[in-house]
Design a protein around this ligand. Structure first.
Ligand SMILES: Nc1ncnc2c1ncn2[C@@H]1O[C@H](COP(=O)(O)OP(=O)(O)OP(=O)(O)O)[C@@H](O)[C@H]1O
Length: 255
């Protein structure tokens, strides 16, 4: 199976604190992988390493057969890696459509072309509108981003991420901080993105029902180590995983 992303013995320590320890993590192209693990297991730190926010202490990261370990965040983005954060990053004083159009324009190679043709601008506007449809925000396109509900801001952020045309999407807890009522809408957006076979998605998420519904494959991090990986059913039955969560997590009612 072709892997779009591979880590080799990836490790990071903060002083004496070994937060990620010799993680060998492979992401098959076109699949949906979720990273689960208790609070503090190192999930977000792993994303920070993958997207270039922090350098590893040891090990390598390969993306589309390039060793990207030393590349900047921007270089990784250009290669096709897109990452969302737990907090929202949007321009509150612009409309929803303007936010996405700016993201679309930021990827256009001829941004500073001498001939910013109206046709080109119209195409960018259309692309932005399509992205708003993908995240089910088309009815809010003229709203100021500041006035969106929290869950809608997360959707907008996902649309802006998609504007970068990432081949690999790293989604860090897209439901973090949003109300229970808004969760199904976010799930629908992710399902919609997943339905495009070109996308490879890695999700960090605590909501197990969502994880099990979406994932082809689960990776369990515990104390910075890769404790287990495999198909969801196999992981759910893994005794080491169950004891890592000290009981409570994998009860039938969380399925
Ligand atoms: N820059 C840093 N300096 C020191 N310690 C850090 C740093 N970044 C993360 N840590 C520590 O690394 C550990 C793992 O944190 P991380 O946020 O990656 O866990 P997580 O699995 O994403 O947790 P959660 O599910 O609660 O979001 C925590 O103990 C955290 O305090």
């Amino acid at each position: 199976m072709e892997h779009i992303l591979e880590t080799k013995q990836l490790s990071v320590s903060f002083g004496e604190h070994h937060v990620i320890q010799k993680v060998n993590f492979n992401v098959p192209k076109g699949k949906f992988i979720s990273i689960i693990g208790p609070n503090g297991a190192g999930k977000t730190t792993l994303f920070n390493l993958l997207s270039g926010q922090i350098p590893p202490t040891e090990g390598e990261i390969h993306f589309k057969n390039n060793n990207i370990t030393k590349l900047s965040i921007a270089e990784r983005t250009r290669l096709g890696m897109g990452r969302s954060f737990q907090q929202t990053n949007i321009f509150p004083e612009l409309t929803v459509l303007e936010n996405v159009r700016m993201a679309v324009q930021s990827t256009a190679k001829d941004l500073y072309s001498l001939f910013p043709m109206p046709a080109k601008l119209r195409a960018q506007q259309e692309e932005a509108k399509k992205l708003l449809e993908t995240v089910f925000l088309q009815d809010k396109s003229e709203f100021l981003a500041a006035n969106l509900a929290h869950g809608e801001k997360r959707k907008l952020e996902i649309a802006m991420l998609l504007a970068l045309k990432p081949e690999l999407l790293l989604l860090d807890e897209p439901t973090a901080g949003i109300s229970v009522e808004e969760v199904p809408a976010i799930l629908k957006v992710i399902e919609n993105i997943k339905s495009d076979d070109k996308n490879t998605i890695v999700l960090i998420e605590h909501k197990m029902e969502m994880v099990l519904h979406l994932s082809d494959y689960l990776v369990v991090l515990f104390n910075g180590e890769l404790l287990a990986e495999g198909e969801p059913e196999k992981i759910m039955d893994d005794e080491r995983v169950q004891s890592a969560y000290l009981g409570g997590f994998f009860h039938a009612d969380s399925k």
